[in-house]
Design a protein around this ligand. Sequence first.
Ligand code: NAD
Length: 500
Amino acid sequence: MTIDVSLDTVTHWIAGTAVPPTDGPRANILDPATGRVIRTVVLGGADAVEEAVADARTAAEAWAATPAPARASVLHRFRALLHEHTDELASLITAEQGKTIADARGEIARSIEAVDVSLSVVQQLKGEYADQVANGVDTYSFRQPLGVCAGITPFNFPVMVAVSMFTAAIACGNAFVLKPSERVPSASVRLAQLMSDAGLPGGVLNVVHGDSEAVEALLDHRDVAAVSFVGSTRVARIIYQRSAAAGKKVQALGGAKNHMVVMPDADLDAAADALVSAAYGAAGQRCMAVTVAVAVGEAGEALVTKTAERANAFRVGPGNAASVDMGPLISEDALDRVRGALELSVEQGGQLVVDGRERPPPGAGYFIGPSLVDHVSVESDLYRDEVFGPVLSVLRARDLEHALQIVNDNPYGNGAAIFTSSGAAARRFSRGVLAGSVGVNIPIPVPTSWFGFGGWGDSRFGDDGLNYDAYRFYTRSKVVTQRWTEPTPGLAPHFVAAAR
Ligand code: NAD
């Protein structure tokens, strides 16, 4: 690969400072809206990981001993800096990831919410106390940090996923090594700078760039106590198995195939509005995107017509342009994957109602319009694979039980939604569906960060514990049972006198 040395190079952040780039391997970072190289990123291996983990290990000791309110103060200042730098961070996200500026700003807003929840960690660590469990014996519990934790993040949320991991881990008193997606690495370094500006001591948050080589070095490092991963199911399985084999705590969130069931009694205009934004927003590159609509009974024809009208009106263009509903895909490979999935879906019996291949905007970026494929079968590749692009499949179901069976037979279980005007149908669905997050007349049910987040089935391996639950993952509980018997009178006269 030829590297243009006149471009900016994104480098590791270790011990509170950017590491000058060396001659080692690098990857190009592309603007998905133009296909042009905008900068490069260094690709670290075992050496960079060793340096980052060693610094993190040293820093972790002092950080764990730092009083919890002082740790929280750093996050308070970081929260303010996220607000202040929202425009700058949103532009960075859009330049490398491609999503619209409005979406990117939304990502920063969710990141700020994640910091709020990490701040509540200070209270969550307080433990429990049981008085006089036996004569002169009390028992109390409290939670302690793990040491060095690692986070490996995907390309689609360069700020939010990283912030929710490292602020929670750091609030708990850990040091953190972040390995961001090599396709969107710049924002993570900016976040590390902002944490430093907020007063975080060097070494508590480190960023190592790289690909699977850097990840494997983290997974195998004996000083990394816990691994958080968000990305595809294929990689989540690897992370889970390798981390568990090394005896680490691990949470590995994977891919998804999120269904939205539309009952005949639903407001079909509202359902179609919800479908287009949930299926095509961010070009379908969201783990909580709705990729399958299950139309029940006579909802089918009207729902497809209304959704197709809206899909055709969805505006595709560069994320930083005004009046754009969705930007490009992340890469040429992603574009080929989506085009291939559409071609195969027709060969396997799907009816292509809206063909996104027909209207990419002019230019060299990785654009494709929204697609709608009706009468998709559960055996087809389009249904079984996560396409991760703006493609909505429509399946037909006889009744609610049939729809539930379709959803529950799918191996993924990230999110699921139902649109209906029946409370009983909504309740049956919410209780019976095999998914971690459920929406009722809400298409993308990402709960506020005050609740935990994580899928079921093939959408998550290992521990839960993102957002509200994160303090459990990033700490371990210690239970102390203590005996302090009252002294025998005469042996401790001052104590006895005081007690009287
Ligand atoms: P990905 O799995 O390709 O990459 C994620 C991270 O893993 C990156 O940092 C990458 O460098 C690293 N990686 C890639 N291959 C590896 C390997 N063989 N060994 C070790 N590490 C490896 O995912 P992506 O394409 O960046 O992101 C999209 C995926 O993430 C989609 O499947 C999406 O559903 C999923 N996702 C899930 C959630 C969730 O909450 N469940 C949230 C966001 C994204």
